[in-house]
Write a protein that binds this ligand. Structure first.
Ligand code: EPZ
Length: 429
């Protein structure tokens, strides 16, 4: 088993390059199913969700080849509908973009239900509502979804009862080649929704209003290949911003779109950190004394739910009592028990964590329970003197490109170690 070992207490200093956004790259990779031509996608992050998604498309018959650092050429002309391997699809949430992509290209879909981080119930009722509005019939059995259109498929108006990134993306994929006009009311407005629309429009789609309260899609007959570069990862950038503040360091974070970071910047400045913005970088520094604050996670442009665990760690170092309310998922507090092992004083009351800051954390062996919880523990280790050991780090590698190398370049004493099962057993007894 591999673990991350962090010897913390040293301020992070220097520059870090942000990679392409995982949650933009994934829908764009699955969107290539709609294109019977070659698409070159650049600035892909080197993370396991991306490599697993490329492997999944390869297994379905897509031809995919590397065409440079962080760039691939994908040709889905010969992809076999309904052939996604079950175990590969279950490794991540994003495989459910197969639903919309297969429906959009083949007017039928058969795919395994997805996996993904455990945040309580993660329903797909809005996805199904969207597909049915286009005339599809949806069935779930044997762990898979089956979508058919015996009466054909045509554009429709859909109002989402819940703001859902995944349902918005699946609707865009299903409607891009569907005859007629499709409108999506109450869509998600995240930057990666806009990035997907830009990719599809570069391929010849007619999608307007991405990033606003109403998306309009006029179906086209076919899409042609294109060259496209993924936007920078705002959550990776926010993670390094918080790590800089948490270690009382000074870090220049390159290759960002500052507008995407507005809510994170605002909260860090409210806490007393310094954030300087320029065209494509931000510089975050902290003198060490941070004020308490309250956070509520909301769909974009609100404070991102994917920054919730990282912010909770930072608030452990702030003076006073802070709260973090999870406004997107049913629950996202499994990281709290792991932080408590390091001495954090956090109570969870419903959807709100109440954090008593100001105390020092202590190093401990902890476990990544999901992607962002795992990276939050890395930040906790960075701000804590002594050796913190983090296991189940494959969850962190789903979404962070070269996190060890990037942090070591910032002066962190961090390494990946391999622990054999025998050693693990010996330690446990
Ligand atoms: C995407 O998940 C991201 N995953 C998540 O990032 C992110 O936290 C989330 O969007 C919110 O921004 C990927 O992009 C692969 P949702 P998704 O549908 O699409 C409810 C990370 O760390 N809902 O926007 O699954 C749902 O239960 C991951 O990178 C319904 O009720 O999120 C939740 O409460 C974690 N019915 C809320 O909407 C539905 O049909 C938002 O979920 C769909 C969703």
């Amino acid at each position: 088993m591999e673990k991350i070992v962090v010897n913390g207490g040293t301020p992070l200093r220097g520059s870090v390059e942000i990679s392409g956004m995982k949650n933009a790259a994934l829908p764009i990779i699955y969107a290539s199913i709609l294109v019977q031509d070659k698409c070159v996608i650049e600035n892909l992050p080197n993370v396991s969700d991306v490599s697993n998604s490329l492997d999944l498309l390869r297994a379905m018959g897509a031809s995919i080849r590397s065409v440079g650092r962080n760039a691939v050429e994908i040709d889905c002309t010969d992809i076999r509908q309904g052939s996604a391997p079950y175990d590969l699809a279950r490794k991540m949430r994003a495989s459910y973009y197969l639903f919309g992509a297969e429906l959009g290209r083949f007017h039928t879909a058969h795919a395994p239900l997805p996996g993904g981080c455990d945040f309580g119930v993660r329903p797909i009722d809005q996805h199904i509502k969207g597909f049915e509005s286009l005339g599809a019939e949806v069935k779930i059995e044997n762990g898979c979804i089956d979508i058919n259109t015996p009466r054909g498929i045509c554009g429709a108006n859909i109002f989402f009862d819940v703001v859902s990134v995944g349902a918005t993306i699946n609707m865009m994929l299903a409607a891009a080649l569907t005859p007629g006009l499709t409108t999506i009311d109450n869509p998600a407005k995240e930057p990666h929704i806009v990035d997907l629309a830009n990719f599809l429009n570069t391929c010849g789609a007619q999608i307007r209003g991405a990033g606003t309260d109403m998306i309009k899609i006029r179906g086209v007959d076919h899409l042609h290949g294109c060259h496209y570069a993924i936007i920078p990862d705002m959550i990776e950038a926010g993670t390094y911003m918080i790590a800089a503040a948490a270690t009382s360091g000074t870090v220049r974070i390159n290759n960002v779109i500052p507008k995407h970071l507005e809510s994170i910047t605002a909260k860090l400045q409210e806490m007393g950190a310094t954030v300087v913005e320029d065209d494509d970088f931000v510089i975050v520094s902290s003198a060490g004394s941070l004020c308490r604050t309250n956070i509520k996670t909301l769909p974009y442009p609100g404070f991102p739910t994917d920054m919730h665990p990282q912010m909770s760690v930072l608030l452990c170092a702030a003076n006073g009592v802070s709260t973090v309310t999870e406004g997107v998922f049913e629950t996202r507090f499994r990281y709290v028990d792991e932080l408590r092992r390091m001495g954090a004083s956090i109570k969870v009351n419903g959807r709100t964590a109440i954090i008593q800051g100001g105390g020092k954390l202590s190093p401990a062996p902890v476990r990544a329970v999901d992607l962002r919880a795992g990276v939050a523990l890395v930040i906790a280790g960075l701000m804590t003197e002594g050796e913190t050991e983090i296991s189940d780090i494959q969850l962190i590698e789903r979404g962070y490109d070269d996190i060890i190398g990037k942090l070591r370049n910032l002066g962190a004493n961090i390494r990946k170690v391999y622990v054999s099962d025998a050693e693990e057993l010996k330690k446990a007894n």
